[in-house]
Structure formats: C-alpha cells, structure tokens
Design a binder for this molecule. Structure first.
Ligand code: GBH
Length: 450
C-alpha cells in the first residue's frame, strides 16, 4: 500500500498575526479588540497578552530561514488589519504594508508560497468602539474595503487568500460565549448573536468580491473550523448519518457559505431570532470560492438514530477519551479523512486544504537542550495517515498546514499551551526546532508518511 502523497501536495505551517507578531505599538499599528481584551484583567490566563508574543514582526527573516531549512512549501500567516488601517478604515499605514511586503518577498525568495489570511480575529478596536464591531454591517463593509486594499497591494506576490479564519471564534465566542470567552467579550441575546454571525458571513462574501474585483487572477478561499462529523463506525447507516450531520451542524456558517442560503432548518430553528438578510446579501455570501480550507482539531462522533427527528445523534466524549495537553484536543485523526470526503461529497468542493491541524503538548527541554515531543509526532503522523487515505481515494485534498510553526499566544489560554513544531523561549525569544519539526521536514522531503 502506497503511503505517498501526490506530486505537488502542498506542505505548510500556519500562524496568526496577534499570536506571533508582537510589536503591538510599533510603526503605527492601531489597537485591536484582542489588545484591549488581553489587557483587561481576568480575560486571559495569568494576564498574558500579545504585546511581544514571538516578536515575528522583527524576526521574520529568522523565521523564514527556519521554514526554508524545514523545507516548507507554504507559510500561512494573517494580516493585522489595524497595522494596515489603524482605525479599521480610512487612513493607510504604509509601514504596515511594508512589513507584509518584506515578509512575502522574503518568503518567495526562499521558495515558500505566502498564504494570506485577511482576518484572524484581531478586529481594529476603533470598529468595535464606533460600530459595536460585528454587530454592525458597517464592519462587514469596511472589511471589504480592507480586502480590496490588500489585494491591490499584494496580488503580485500573494496568489492565495483566505478571507476569514473560523467564524465561531470571533462571533459566538466573542458575542455569545458558552465556553471560553474571546474578544470582545460581550453577551448579546440570540437574535444579536445571529446578526453578528450574519454580518461576519457578509464580510466574507464582500471580501471575496473585493479581492476578485481588483485581482481577477488570484485565488480566494476561507479557513473555517467546521463541526467535523465522524461516523462512530464505518458502516453505511452511520456514514450516512454523519454526512447528514455535517451539513446540519454547520448550517449557519460553512453550509450557508457553500450554498449561498441559510438552510430552512436553521431559519426554522431560530424562529423570531433568525437574522435579517436580503437576497442580495445571500448571493454575496455564496460567492464561489477557488478552494475551501478547513482547520481540523477534533471530531464530533455521530451515530444513526432512527428515533431522532434528524436521523442522527451526536455522541458525547466518554471521560476517559484520550486528549492532548489542552483537554479539548481529543485525539480523533479520522477528521483528516472525513472532513475532506464530506466537503467533496456534499458540495462537490474541488480543491480542499487542511489550513490548520496540530496540538498542544507539555514540552520539556531535556538536559541536552532538545525537545523530544514524540506525542506531537504521534498526533501529526496519525492525522496524516488519514489525510493520505483521503488523497489515495481520489478526494481532492491538495495541501496541509501544520498549526503551528511556533509556540505562540494561545488566545484566552495565554502562553500556557504550546502548539509549535518550533519551541519558543518566551524570555529570550530563542527558537528551537522540536523533534516534531525534524519529523515534519523528513516527511515533506519524502512526500510520504514516515
Ligand atoms: C484554532 O482555533 C485557531 O485558528 C488558532 O488561532 C488557535 O491557536 C488554534 O486553533 C489552537 O487553539 O477551552 O474547552 O472552551 C481552534 C478553535 C476555539 C478550539 C476555542 C478551542 C476552546 C475550548 N478553538 N476552543 S474550551
């Protein structure tokens, strides 16, 4: 049995601006909601913040050299909107543009494709102050303007754009949190939340259109974290149940983006709290994409249940189910097979990327200075076995981005969880590739499971 990936399979690593850049007040960057949130006592573990993070803003050359050494084919990073437009609209900060020019040009010189995320949760604080952030369509509209600016300045060097990273993490978790609270950390009612969701979807659609309007030749996609429905066992009835669940459980985000309409079941279930929208907006939201990126961390296990009105039931995790260092990262490598398979089956997506996959591990530096994170190797390797199964069955999975290149600011968990294949000492900012980085680079060179 071949364990190889097809020629041209794209191997990358991912980060996000607020998690790695630091330089929060350097060169004219305006504050984002995550600056405000992380500086609000009690919101982030140990009062950590992203003021310095990995200082990639000043160390991008070193990081690019590291990526080159590892043999990465692509680097997925995000642009800090408030570095480009300090108040989210209007005035452009040329120093911010310069930074991403230097970063992308350096990557290209190193033979690494820059993959650019336009929004990874760090909304300019001014848009929060002036419009209530995602509560207003003004924010969606300004996101479109920002995307247009970026595309007009970068389409010569960046060919692949993702509008938005993970809808639920800055809509539900920011405006209607049930578990962890994320910026801006307000609590709306259900109708308010649904409108926030809608405005975020609209921003995505406006972003796609804006980019295409100035740069028809570049490619546009998204990086979404769908609820990943995995059958409890691979028999026909459970596979069918998981497929039905995949479309239903993602009704208000991915399904709506890929179908250009809210599923009737979602609108029915929300009743009077359903969002306000127009047909035109739905058309915008459903703008065709060149690829679909999915961030894959853990499964929802689904079983067929003829007594449930939907025909399926989600099975909760038993207490002893294995997980990585962060308790929410259950080990369910089948996600890298089932998510691509369902994307292709349900919506006929022709180009799929795993835009994030990885885990936190409780790394220790041994007496020789090495970090032998065999647990991360175990996690990544098993996920790639599932990804390889997908490509070997002809499912159009075209690339994989490991989360993350570097240990970094893990949002409300601060620096308590390390996701990097490269260790960062947050006192000295020294980078040390872990054993998993060596494993990943060997795997990339072989283009095969090792
Ligand atoms: C992704 O989010 C992000 O894109 C990335 O920025 C992040 O660093 C990475 O994954 C690792 O987390 O504490 O039980 O309430 C993943 C979505 C949302 C999953 C918040 C964990 C908290 C679970 N994450 N969620 S809990």
């Amino acid at each position: 049995m071949s364990r190889a990936f097809p020629d041209g399979f794209l191997w990358g690593a991912a980060t996000a601006a607020y998690q790695v850049e630091g330089a929060a007040a350097q060169d004219g960057r305006g504050p984002s909601v995550w600056d405000t949130f992380s500086h609000t006592p009690g919101m982030v573990k140990h009062g950590h913040n992203g003021d310095t993070a990995c200082d990639q803003y000043n160390r991008y050359s070193e990081d690019t050299a590291l990526m080159k050494k590892l043999g990465l084919g692509a680097y997925r990073f995000s642009v800090s909107w408030s570095r480009i437009m300090p108040s989210g609209r209007g005035e452009v900060n040329e120093k911010g543009i310069d930074y991403y020019r230097r970063l992308t040009e350096g990557l290209l010189e190193a033979g690494i494709q820059p993959w650019m995320t336009l929004f990874h949760w760090d909304l300019p604080q001014a848009l929060q102050d002036d419009f209530g952030g995602w509560q207003s369509r003004e924010t969606s509209k300004y996101f479109g303007d920002y995307c247009k600016l970026i595309a007009s300045r970068f389409s010569d060097v960046v060919q692949n754009y993702m509008t938005i990273n993970e809808f639920s993490c800055f809509t539900d978790s920011g405006y209607y949190p049930s578990g962890q609270v994320f910026a801006p950390g307000v609590m709306l009612d259900v109708k308010g939340r649904n409108q926030v969701r809608h405005n975020a979807l609209l921003a995505h659609g406006l972003g796609v259109q804006a980019i295409r309007s100035v740069s028809p030749h570049v490619r546009v996609g998204i990086a979404e974290n769908p609820v990943i429905c995995v059958p409890v066992m691979e028999t026909e009835e459970h596979i069918q149940a998981a497929e039905t669940a995949f479309r239903e459980e993602n009704a208000h985000f991915l399904t709506t983006v890929l179908e250009g309409r809210y599923p009737d079941s979602y609108l029915r279930s929300q009743g009077k709290d359903a969002p306000d929208f127009t047909d035109d907006e739905m058309k915008t939201i459903g703008s065709p994409l060149d690829f679909v990126g999915v961030n894959l961390y853990l499964a929802k296990h689904v079983m067929a249940d003829s007594e449930a009105p939907s025909g399926y039931r989600i099975v909760s995790y038993p207490p002893s189910y294995p997980h990585m260092h962060a308790p929410w990262i259950k080990v369910s490598p089948e996600i890298c097979y089932w998510a691509p398979r369902f994307l292709n089956k349900i919506w006929e997506v022709k180009e799929i990327y795993i835009t994030e996959n990885g885990c936190a591990t409780d790394d220790t530096v041994d007496e020789t200075g090495r970090i032998n994170d065999t647990d991360r190797i175990f996690y990544i390797r098993n996920h790639l076995v599932s990804a390889q199964r997908a490509v070997s069955e002809g499912i159009p999975l075209k690339g994989y981005f490991c989360w993350s290149l570097l240990d970094n600011f893990e949002w409300a968990d601060g620096y308590t969880y390390r996701f990097g294949i490269v260790h960062v000492d947050f006192n000295t900012l020294k980078r040390t590739p872990k054993l998993s980085a060596l494993f990943y680079s060997r795997l990339i060179a072989a283009n095969s499971i090792l």
